[in-house]
Design a binder for this molecule. Structure first.
Ligand SMILES: [Zn+2]
Ligand SMILES: [Zn+2]
Length: 297
């Protein structure tokens, strides 16, 4: 494990290195200095990396791909469903809900500053495929459509499934898929979870998966209970929801960060509402060209 810069908070994550017949870097977005040092400790250099496996397209897992590609012949691999976001910057921006949004220029600037480069993925992998190094791909959509975990010897390299923070703040995120993903992971014998953020999990993994699932259900229940029976717009509803934890929002040091938090909060709320709609508990209605959400009796 190479711990990510800045406590592995966005835009960094923990990376994992596998030194076998092939040298593999998983989500190499731990920061350049840390990666170089880790390679040196293994008596290797960045040019020795053979493969880069990305768990999903998010920049806090992929932005260093381009830098590493320049320094080595590493083959970059990702699931088909996320490849398009790495191949096409417009798709990337759209998935984040930034298209034609006032935050879009800043978002594009951030991508550029982090060295993000489109169109450098070499190939894609599929669910169940065994990759070089003997890692089995487990397609785990929800957080992102092409999110995958890598499984070998009862160890799960889990990307953003950190068993702590359920994040569905992209237009391409899906609560229903995420819940199915957790159920899918429960079927695997897992002794160790190596996530991209937060802590390694080595104990009570079935229980942790269940409590992680419960977090989604709790959040969804909170949203359902807070939704009025009178129609309300998504923006107004999210602001209302946010007021209940506005203290934590106010602690955000920079105004823009709070704006980003609200932006992703709105999309996340939308994803929960969409899921509740499939359960027949809420309804999306249009009045005078404006969309509203309403709780059903
Ligand atoms: Zn992510
Ligand atoms: Zn992440």
């Amino acid at each position: 494990m190479v711990e990510g810069d800045g406590k592995a908070l966005f835009p960094f994550c923990h990376s994992y290195l596998y030194d076998g017949d092939e040298f593999i870097a998983f989500d190499p977005q731990c920061g350049k200095g840390r990666l170089k040092l880790a390679m040196k400790n293994l008596e290797k250099s960045i040019s020795d990396i053979d493969f880069i496996y990305n768990s999903h397209f998010h920049l806090d897992h992929t932005a260093m791909n381009a830098f590493l590609k320049r320094k080595s012949n590493a083959e970059i691999m990702i699931h088909e469903a996320d490849r398009i976001a790495l191949d096409d910057l417009d798709v990337y921006v759209k998935r984040y809900g930034m298209t034609d949004n006032k935050l879009e220029p800043e978002w594009r600037e951030l991508l550029k500053n982090l060295g993000f480069k489109a169109g450098i993925v070499d190939r894609t992998f599929k669910d169940g495929e065994i990759l070089p190094g003997g890692f089995q791909v487990i397609h785990t959509p929800g957080h992102a459509p092409g999110h995958c975990c890598f499984y070998k010897s009862e160890i799960l390299i889990s990307g953003d499934i950190d068993l702590t923070t359920p994040w569905v703040g992209n237009l391409s995120s899906s609560v229903a898929d995420y819940l199915n993903t957790i159920d899918k992971l429960k079927k695997f014998e897992i002794k160790l979870v190596l996530p991209g953020h937060r802590q390694i999990v080595s104990e009570k993994i079935p229980e942790r998966l269940e409590s992680f699932r419960q977090r989604f259900i709790n959040r969804e229940t909170k949203i359902l209970n807070a939704l009025p029976s009178e129609p309300i717009t998504l923006d107004d509803f999210t602001k209302q929801l946010f007021q209940s934890y506005s203290e934590s929002q106010r602690k955000q040091p920079e105004h823009t960060q709070a704006q980003f938090a609200l932006h992703f909060g709105i999309i996340s709320t939308l994803n929960y509402l969409k899921h509740l709609e499939t359960l027949g508990k809420v309804q999306n209605i249009v009045q005078n060209g404006q969309e509203y959400w309403v709780r059903l009796p």
